[in-house]
Write a protein that binds this ligand. Structure first.
Ligand SMILES: NC(=O)c1ccc[n+]([C@@H]2O[C@H](COP(=O)([O-])OP(=O)(O)OC[C@H]3O[C@@H](n4cnc5c(N)ncnc54)[C@H](O)[C@@H]3O)[C@@H](O)[C@H]2O)c1
Ligand SMILES: [Zn+2]
Length: 296
């Protein structure tokens, strides 16, 4: 579920690992895989470099924010692709269009997707609550719809990699509901064609080899650069152009705070890297940001 790099170039989102410009902050806390209980935000008393005075927050989320809801990530220790590297190849658009067996397998995977029985977890809910106090944009790489179901207004969620709740025809572009297509699969159509033109149907997600929606990406670039704080949550930050939004933020002078179990290529740009589990870190950060906001 990835876009292509041409979009990145067109929008001039260029990560500058090579340039040596490390954004605006310094790395304050990187504790090799262990929980950090007293990172700057919590332990601040005057030292809060990124917590105070925050009115606009942009949150970039990845699969890691939904693991507590029972949806496995791809590249974490129990990730779908960590356990079965061949599965990654099947997520390419070209392979999907060319190979009916891949499509049949994909429809079965959609039918069995854990998102159908998942509920938003404490991190999704905390971000939704935060949106009632602060100006919040959520840019998500996830396709599971859990931010909206938690209560973040749909108009404030930018789904960079699309949604699994809709289906799109590769031939005519017709968009329909996923539930209708899955009903057809359950009734015995193992690769249901478009009812309008007979073309190939796929979920309305962005596969490897497909471009991202230009408008959604442009809005995400805007949200990343026009905020006081960028939180990158539960992403390996290896999927572009999504990950480069971190560099967009730091180049605009925004503090970047990364919450993720594993190291990411953007850690060196971050004001702070937090290894604490997302399910406790995000509610804590959100509550603190809301409190600071109410004090100003
Ligand atoms: N829920 C979903 O919609 C879903 C699920 C799997 C994959 N995807 C798609 O696959 C791609 C995967 O890339 P990605 O970077 O988002 O995810 P990823 O699978 O590459 O990485 C997830 C990261 O989150 C960390 N993590 C997982 N649970 C955590 C927790 N509770 N606390 C702290 N860290 C935790 C993992 O260790 C890992 O570093 C995305 O493009 C996304 O579209 C989406
Ligand atoms: Zn069609």
């Amino acid at each position: 579920m990835i876009g292509d790099d041409s979009q990145l170039e067109q929008l001039k989102i260029v990560p500058d690992h090579e340039s040596g410009a490390l954004g605006q902050g310094t790395i304050l806390a990187v504790a090799g895989g262990t929980a950090i209980g007293d990172y700057g935000l919590v332990n601040l008393d005057g030292g809060a470099i990124w917590g105070r005075g925050v009115a606009k927050v942009t949150v970039l989320t990845g699969a890691g924010i939904s693991t507590d809801s029972g949806i496995p990530d791809f590249r974490g220790p129990n990730g779908v692709w960590t356990r079965d590297p061949a599965a990654e190849k099947l997520s390419t658009f070209q392979e999907y269009v060319a190979n009916p067996a891949v499509r049949r397998r994909s429809w079965q995977a959609r039918l069995a997707h854990p998102a159908w029985s998942a509920a938003p977890n404490a991190a999704h809910l905390a971000l939704a609550e935060l949106a009632t106090t602060l100006d919040v944009w959520v840019i998500t790489q996830n396709i599971d719809g859990l931010h909206q179901r938690a209560g973040t207004p749909a108009g404030r969620v930018l789904e960079l990699h699309g949604t699994m709740y809709e289906v799109v025809c590769v031939g005519c572009g017709d968009r329909t509901q996923m539930t209708q297509a899955l009903d057809r699969v359950k009734a015995g159509e193992d690769d249901p064609p478009c009812l309008r033109c007979g073309g190939i149907l796929k979920s309305a997600t962005v596969m490897f080899g497909q471009p991202l929606d230009r408008l959604v990406l442009a809005m995400a670039v805007n949200a990343a650069s026009d905020c006081d704080l960028m939180l990158a949550v539960g992403s390996t930050l290896t999927v572009e152009p999504a990950a480069s939004l971190c560099a967009v933020a730091t180049e605009a002078g925004v503090h970047l705070v990364i919450v993720n179990r594993d190291p990411t290529p953007y850690d060196e740009l971050a004001t702070e890297v937090i290894r604490e589990p997302i399910g406790t870190a995000i509610p804590r950060i959100a509550a603190r940001l809301a409190r600071y906001r109410s004090e100003t």
